[in-house]
Design a protein around this ligand. Structure first.
Ligand code: GAL
Length: 482
């Protein structure tokens, strides 16, 4: 616990330096090309993921996993080739994730395509599981059972940092990846701050495939334009003004999916950022900002008020349905991470605008998806080759194009990327960085669970004082100390 706390503090200290430069500066340049992914001059251009053989889908995982057309276009790249001496894996490679939505599927398929090209004798078992509380609840529950039962998949999606460390590393169920980081040159191409987040007791435990931004307002341009709004509101008051205009037409301003805890906790995280600023928000997890602070109460009041502008059935809508509400003109906006454009493109919906969530300009609420190596997997060679793909330049460029996030590597080529990606990359390098609570970056997992529960109760009961007391208790239990 102590060392995980140190990791958190190191992250907060790096983030406190002000911008991603704290992360990026330490990453040496230019990066050495990754061993497994150098493309020779003669490589034949291929389109991925269309060129990818379809991974095997177990019955339980199939829901929602059909690749769909991409509004953002197709990513093209020379086919990946193996470097001299590459040891191909054979046998099965089972991968867990909760990536079953449009954009997510195409992105994951891009990783699988690279793996399969490099390891043609190995069979990919795509054990993606949809749904559940917050991000990946159902998958995490099945994963936990498999890990405890000594039947781990070769690798699994997990948020970089606390989520992996608190749930699996401290329990001794993962292998450290320091040797792989060294042999693949990742300690030179991943930002130092990201490696710090991935580390426990001085060693990294997973491979980051991306950097997502959580604090983005996505809006249906036509619905905003129909009430005379052509620019995203910059404050919560301005946001509620738009809400009043929409209310007059019987339209909800903001889509909410709170059939289980998590969604509103995510939105409320952005409200906390807006009221506390980057330093004040970071201080919530070190004890320098108290959870009984008046600004926290202000944020919770805004959170409760925002629900007056939500879809009325929000307690029965699930996270996976939220994008359809906006695409179908049933809600005018959502506050979500930048996996959203991937989903919207996959639905052929391009008429959306984006901006930092109200009051969040200049602050990047970040999280990173990663893959790790469980102890005692059945096919370790396949797992290692999978992780090499995850960390490679070739795979990260294609993966993030579809996912909506930006590559974790500092040497990625952005020339094919969309205006959204480029905007995010600019903000990533200039904004203040803060860690997401709901997506496993800010604090220990037990706090995340308590936080999501408290905000879920707030969403149904609208009792701000009770929510704040629950959060004060959760912070005490988590032992956030300055
Ligand atoms: C996040 C995850 C993203 C995306 C999102 C969907 O936790 O980091 O990659 O899958 O959940 O809700």
């Amino acid at each position: 616990m102590q060392a995980a706390g140190l990791t958190k503090r190191r992250f907060l200290r790096l983030a406190a330096l002000g911008t991603a430069s704290a992360f990026v500066a330490a990453a040496c340049s230019p990066a050495a090309p990754p061993a497994a992914t150098q493309a020779p001059a003669a490589a034949k251009p291929t389109e991925a993921p269309a060129a990818a053989a379809k991974p095997t889908q177990p019955a339980a995982a199939a829901a929602g996993a059909t690749p769909t057309p991409i509004g953002g276009g197709k990513f093209t790249a020379p086919a990946v080739t193996a470097p001299a001496g590459y040891k191909q894996a054979t046998g099965k490679l089972e991968i867990f994730s909760w990536w079953t939505s449009g954009g997510e599927v195409e992105a994951l398929d891009y990783l699988y395509a690279d793996y399969r090209t490099l390891n043609p004798q190995s069979e990919v078992i795509n054990s993606a599981i949809t749904g559940g509380t917050a991000s990946g609840g159902n998958m995490k529950a099945v994963l936990q059972t498999r890990m405890m039962g000594g039947d781990a998949p070769e690798s699994f999606q997990i948020h970089l940092g606390h989520e992996l460390i608190d749930n699996h590393v401290i329990a001794g169920r993962m292998e450290p990846l320091d040797e792989l980081y060294a042999s693949e040159g990742w300690d030179k191409v991943f930002p130092k701050g990201l490696i710090e987040i991935a580390s426990y007791q001085g060693k990294p435990w997973s491979v980051p495939v991306n950097i997502h931004r959580a604090n983005v307002l996505w809006y249906n341009k036509q619905m905003f334009a129909d009430v005379g709004v052509t620019e995203a509101p910059k404050t919560w008051d301005a946001f509620f003004d738009v809400g009043e205009k929409l209310k007059a037409k019987g339209q909800p301003l903001i889509g909410v999916a709170e059939s289980s805890p998590g969604f509103w906790a995510h939105v409320t995280e952005t409200i906390l950022i807006s009221q506390l600023g980057a330093d004040g928000y970071r201080g919530l997890f070190t004890g320098t900002t108290k959870w009984d602070d008046k600004r926290v109460a202000d944020a919770l009041n805004i959170s409760a008020k925002a629900l007056d502008y939500a879809n009325k059935d929000f307690t029965s809508v699930s996270w996976g349905d939220i994008n359809d509400l906006m695409v179908g003109g049933k809600v005018a906006s959502i506050i979500q991470g930048d996996w959203t454009p991937g989903v919207l493109w996959s639905k052929g919906f391009n008429d959306f605008g984006w901006a930092p969530a109200p009051g969040n300009a200049g602050i990047y609420d970040m999280l990173s998806d990663s893959f790790g190596l469980p102890m005692g997997v059945k096919n370790r060679d396949a797992a290692i080759n999978w992780l090499k793909v995850c960390g490679s330049k070739h795979a990260q460029e294609g993966f993030n194009f579809y996912k909506g996030s930006i590559p974790a590597r500092t040497d990625a080529d952005f020339s094919q990327y969309t205006p959204y990606h480029k905007d995010a990359a600019k903000d990533w390098s200039t904004n203040q960085l803060v860690p997401s609570i709901v997506h496993g970056a800010a604090a220990k997992d037990s706090f995340n669970v308590d936080y999501q529960t408290a905000i879920n109760v707030l969403a149904t009961k609208k009792d701000v004082a009770a929510a704040q007391s629950a959060l004060v208790k959760a912070a005490k239990d988590a032992d956030f100390r300055a």
